[in-house]
Ligand binder design. Sequence first.
Ligand code: FCB
Length: 462
Amino acid sequence: MFPTDFLWGTATAAYQVEGAAAEDGRTPSIWDVFSRTPGKVTRGETGDVACDHYHRLEEDLDILAGLGVGAYRFSISWPRVQPGGSGPANPRGLAFYDRLVDGLLARDIAPVATLYHWDLPQELEEVGGWPHRDTAFRFAEYARLMGEALGDRVHTWITLNEPWCTAYLGYASGVHAPGRTDAAAALAAVHHLNLGHGLAVRALREAADPAARMSVTLNLHHVRGVSEADAEAVRRVDTLANLAFLGPMLDGAYPRSLFDDTAAVTDWAFVQDGDEAAACAPLDVLGVNYYNPVLVRRREGGAGRETADGPADGVASPWIACQDVEFVRQPGPYTEMGWNIDETGLTELLLRLRRDHPGLPTMITENGAAFPDPVEADGRVSDDDRIDYLRRHIRAVAEAMAGGADVRGYFLWSLMDNFEWAHGYAKRFGVVRVDRGTLERTWKDSAHWYRGVIAANGVEQG
Ligand code: FCB
């Protein structure tokens, strides 16, 4: 059903799984500080221990081998390998990723490394964070260090994970670290993330094996309007969520409409001559994270508001200059996150990318679902709802491929239950259960099922 070289994998991120927050020279990231700030994370939970993956690496590598994955997407903790975000690499931090990468290769699993999955060194936030231009250059320097350290062995490099979240949730709505609510700063962050991405790709191309593939992971929004009268609302959200990144990264230019739409917030003077070209570095594959589509309509008066969970009042909106856009609750069924399940958005999104960016292959770098996952008396977790979600979405990928989309892989989010950002450990996305008391790993039914998908190289026809 899928091409023989299709990459099946699972994904995790450093702060969500590693723990060992103060070991071997690691300094705090913005998530260490944010999660300690009262009221920011459910039950005040932190990533101090997380899944203790740092100490249970071999066990987790064996789980990956047991699943039969061809690739594993992990992220590197910047403050672990370059404490404070500047200066030389920290050998003790690098040693962990050496063991991880070598452990993957020994098991015939391709390492897919994300450089930035949201854990900015706190020191860099204190001098301005992503709204500050220098952060882009610090990021490229860190990319070079990692290229030098692991560039001979990493199969695919992903510069940023979901810069949409970093910029808009981190600096506009404040529901993610560092928790700022400053729309102009968020747009400056957008730009410096784009610039940092382009600079990092160039640094990696110089430092890493020329065969390594370069990528970035975007949480592209598949935006639909309630009716045709809502086309302007769709355009606005698409511009802010998608074209603000796709434009500079893939085409070397922001859409001018982005500047017009947000003119009341900023004049974009932080975009210097040559920046848009610098943000654009040829990529080998585009990473796409997909969970659900977005439904909008034109709103008369009032402000569009959304939290990490969806629309809510009394919270700053990540949707800058979208006061006349309403984010409409979509029909169910829903996952435990309150996100609706609709795989047709994934097919449509992949076909759109094929149309707009022909010649650029994609891979699904995240897709998955949180459900309550009760443990049964015999210890089993019969997560049929997750299996159904995954099956639908894998079929949706196949459908897009049948329509001509060049999709190279699928990474299930997530290998194991982990620290789900502002939700702490309350939301479980893993195909492997992690007991919060003992940290014991248990395969859910979905893990057994996914192993079968990988072995068969596809799912049964619908
Ligand atoms: C994505 C993040 C990932 C995980 C999933 C559920 O936005 O990249 O770390 O939290 O959502």
